[in-house]
Write a protein that binds this ligand. Sequence first.
Ligand SMILES: NC(=O)c1ccc[n+]([C@@H]2O[C@H](COP(=O)([O-])OP(=O)(O)OC[C@H]3O[C@@H](n4cnc5c(N)ncnc54)[C@H](O)[C@@H]3O)[C@@H](O)[C@H]2O)c1
Length: 685
Amino acid sequence: MVDVFTQFKVRYYDSPTAGRLALVTMDNGADHTKPSTFGEQALRSLAAALEEIEGQDVKGLLLTGKPFIFAVGADLDQSKGADEEFARAAAQGGHAAFRRLAALPVPTLAAINGAAMGGGLEIALHCDYRTVSSVAAPIAFPEVFLNILPAWGGTQLTPRLIGVEKALQVIVHNAMNNNVTLHASDAVALGLADRLVDGVEFLDKSVELLERIVTGAETIGRAAPDNDNVDEVVAKARQFADDKVHGATRAPYLAIDLIEFAARGGDLDEGYAKEADALAQLLPSRQAQSAIYSFNLTQQRVRKQPWKPAVQARAINKVAVVGSGLMGAQLGALFLQQFEVPLVMKDIDDAVLARAKEHIDGELDKRVQRRRLAPGKAAFLKSLMTYTTEYEPLAGSDFVIEAVLERMNLKRAIFADVEKVVDEGAVLASNTSSLSLSQMASDLQHPQRVVGFHFFNPVAVLPFLEIVKAGQTDDVTLATAFEASKKLRKSGVLCADTPAFIVNRLLTRFNGAFIEALRHGNSFREIDAAAKELGLPMGPFELLGLVGIKVAFHTAQTLHQAYPDRFPIDETFARLAALDVPGIYDRATGEVYEEVSAILPPAGGEKLTPEQIRSAAVEATVDEAKIMLDEGVVADARDIDTGLLLGAGWPFFMGGICMYADETGLSEKLFGRRLIGDDDKAFSQ
Ligand SMILES: NC(=O)c1ccc[n+]([C@@H]2O[C@H](COP(=O)([O-])OP(=O)(O)OC[C@H]3O[C@@H](n4cnc5c(N)ncnc54)[C@H](O)[C@@H]3O)[C@@H](O)[C@H]2O)c1
């Protein structure tokens, strides 16, 4: 692979009104799928470009990017294994290069033509003015999401430009809310950019603006940043960080400190020095290194689909969903919007079908209201739908997914019925959470077309998909499943046909330790708090309210049948599942339901400490992960971590369970080696 690095290419334009202007383009020479980033070589290229421009009689400078991309910040690959010295030098290198741009004695304008993230946004902030193309997106500071912080001036310049509250919003809140990004119009509304310019005329209009600024024909006015409410908003931001990560990573707290320093009028040089100190502390940490690993797994590796067989997939021109309940309705909405092909929803109950229609129509209507979908397109999509209690309308389907009740006999009967109306190459997928696909397929005439396609609830939110290969599944079926997952914009990972697959198996083992703690007399709240100190957004008992106690117990039973030693059926859990309550805590009051408290066992022995609770849960999960790797449930430890990050919402800075165990020394202690090998077995299978 050729090493691509971003070059700062300088051209000159002799403006009839303004004189000579330097037009600088950041371009790594690759297409938009490889966005321009800044590493050491890029910063050297910037210095060389500025050296040249400083020697010319220029009246202004315009900085822009290659098509679709402005610049997306530091090159993360260079940050792998970074030590303190490297991190400090990286921060200082960026400071020096960007401040030289800021120090040019002529007006500078960043023309943000496309994606501007992290260091890309920071270089724009070092220009005097900013235009943004109406089609430029995403715009964001994702650093805190990656457990570092904007350390090329971002924490110091942003509050000076837009005030403390908005700076905290874009640097801390957005990053920690699963990396919310801004559209061009948001950037202007926040004051990060001065002008929104229509995409088609963007560059010409930006040059014209620079000309007018240079000649004095136009001046850009900005409101003074509002930094009056520092105490209040900073306290709120610290509380927000506590709620999200419970102190498990330093990044958001340091980012807040630095923004506060700038907002209180701190000296700029001192602020830059503090940024370098903070990066030196954060970048080498376990949390940041794990986050870089997680970013690579979820943004790059999984998209390469290393598990997909190299055969032609079946084209999908018609889809059917059998079972239109909680999951089926969500699947219908997703398939319709991503595939835009005729789609049949089947159920045995007309009332269920009516609710599914309401849900699917509602999803489309919501997008129309938000102007993300044209009304005519929504009407077209609705016209592709058939709601039925019969099998005949399924004829001609290329991909049928069942989401009926979790019962083997029912699923077998349904696949047998579907097989009568579709052709022999049509794929039959099951959304089962725990049942054996091989068993489900065994009586079919063409069992090789059955594949597991396990989504997570809520389908629109959780991007993970377990693609389960049964004994008989053939390559075309598997390739079709992977193609479908890509089209649905889900992250599909291959998994063997074993009970509860990847995520639910690991979470059941993890939760077993928390349920065990109840027997020691620890309260639900204490246990949830102990778990959250790992950095999880929710405790195990809070999560039960979302997943459903009965659903979770059903998975526990399946795993108990398969592996009784490691998955004992806990009496308390069984009694909880028998209750008719929506969760452990009453959502309205936040208190534990009385019925739930009433079935707690008498406390035996001493209460466990938070540390004991956590380490029992982590050790059990690591043990299960190791067994899954030995059994070949997945090809590589990275597959397990991808599942926990995307299917269970574990934070990037934990890196899933294998990375966590490797980085904390637990793998070494338990198995005498790391779980993640240098060689990624998913690629070399
Ligand atoms: N609920 C979850 O969080 C979740 C998550 C992932 C996977 N799943 C799996 O998805 C599947 C469906 O779960 P759900 O929660 O949507 O259940 P649900 O009870 O909401 O829906 C099941 C639907 O199947 C219908 N049905 C029953 N027999 C049928 C038949 N012969 N033909 C057509 N429809 C029939 C029922 O009328 C019902 O509407 C299960 O296998 C479950 O394990 C559930």
